[in-house]
Design a protein around this ligand. Structure first.
Ligand code: IPM
Ligand code: MN
Length: 374
């Protein structure tokens, strides 16, 4: 076992040159193509670590549908305590065709997000050079925004139940939970992020005309917090209109803040306009704790083991992970290298890239190393 030196708390001053930066990264390859894409991501992150002078101590964990089928085990409270000690978590995908829907979602992904209080789901929607978008006449200058999705409340808490289940009089309830604290911390995060961006425009995406309790709270919090950020331009769009504008005028958006369910839906639309699941990455962030980074595309079982899946989403998630660790230069190298590669790919779709999974990883890792010479 290597001697592990814990990184100082997040956002602590940069360590002196002599001090070694070693980060413990828990790795959950998961199911399907998850392990393949994470392997390429690790390759790229290792290359970035080498040129930037830090090291990554990988700690593999097997949380997956495959393991669940063998052992009936999901993520236990003890597992959570282990993961809490990591500096970051790198997740491939969890999802297995033989496991009934809901079990892995609640037992692994949502368990991790909730137990580790990763209350922000950060999803950049950025069209990279040379990438095909289904939106005609839109180029990288039109598609460059970030969705801040609330990640621990709303319709996702599992609050609800059945009455008279299985009878003709059955009632199903599923409540959207919106707490003042939960909404406020999410909205504040969005304002803090918006303030660091060039355009400084924050749009609250809701449905205030129908969700007259839940989104009334959101709107009041949004307007109150806005007063503390006079430099941020604020805007509002209903969720249905947001979908319309994301297609027609994506350039209107800089940062969007929204609840858990709407954020889930609009970020799939976002993934499509940025070129598809091959490139869409996200971070489950606990600004005070351990955060988890993942390609948002799922386990794609039919491509498993064929060396055809696009690892760029996982690589981009790895770039976000480095950013979160405070390794901003390394993160920038990763993004620049991805942007150097995208114009050379025939497509971002699995099997149609013109390169294999491992070739894409090798190329990005090489570009990361070359960027250091500049
Ligand atoms: C996502 C996924 C998850 C979600 C599912 C798998 C529970 O769709 O990360 O967007 O709804 O959050
Ligand atoms: Mn989703």
């Amino acid at each position: 076992m290597p001697t592990i030196q814990r990184k100082e708390p997040m956002n602590a001053p940069a360590p002196s040159k002599k001090q070694q930066r070693i980060y413990r990264v828990a790795v959950i390859g998961g199911d399907g193509t998850g392990p393949e894409v994470i392997r390429e991501g690790q390759k790229v992150l290792e290359a970035a670590a080498k040129v930037e002078g830090f090291s990554l101590a990988w700690e593999p964990h097997d949380f997956s549908g495959a393991r669940y089928l063998r052992t009936k085990e999901l993520v236990s409270d003890k597992d959570i305590e282990t993961l809490r000690k990591a500096d970051a978590i790198y997740l491939g995908a969890v999802g297995h065709p033989d496991v009934q829907p809901g079990i892995l979602e609640h037992g692994v992904l949502l368990k991790l997000r909730f137990a580790l209080d990763q209350y922000i789901n950060l999803r950049p929607v950025k069209l990279y050079p040379g990438v095909w978008t289904p939106l005609r006449d839109k180029t990288p200058e039109h598609i460059d925004f970030v969705v801040v999705r609330e990640n621990t409340e709303g319709l996702y808490t599992g609050s609800g139940g059945f009455l008279r289940k299985g009878t003709p009089d059955e009632v199903a309830l599923q409540s959207s939970i919106n707490t003042r604290k939960g909404v406020e911390r999410c909205v504040r995060y969005a304002f803090d992020l918006t303030r660091t961006r060039t355009r400084k425009k924050l749009t609250f995406c809701g449905k205030t005309n129908v969700l007259t309790y839940a989104h009334d709270l959101w709107q009041r919090v949004f307007q109150e917090v806005a007063k503390e950020y006079p430099e941020v331009q604020t805007d509002y769009a209903h969720v249905d209109a947001t979908c319309m504008w994301m297609v027609k005028n994506p350039e209107w958006f800089d940062v969007i803040v929204t609840d858990n369910m709407f954020g889930d839906i609009i970020t799939d639309l976002g993934a499509m306009i940025q070129g598809g699941m091959g490139i869409a990455a996200g971070g489950n962030i606990n600004p005070q704790g351990v955060s988890m980074f993942e390609p948002i595309g799922g386990s794609a079982p039919k491509y498993t083991g064929k060396n055809v899946i696009n690892p760029l989403a996982a690589i981009c998630a790895g770039g976000m992970l480095l950013e979160r660790l405070g390794e901003k230069q390394a993160a920038a190298r990763v993004e620049q290298s991805v942007m150097r590669l995208t114009p050379q790919l025939k497509s971002l779709a699995a099997g149609k890239m013109g390169y294999s999974t491992t070739e894409v990883g090798d190329l990005v890792a090489r570009y990361v190393a070359e960027a250091s010479a500049q």
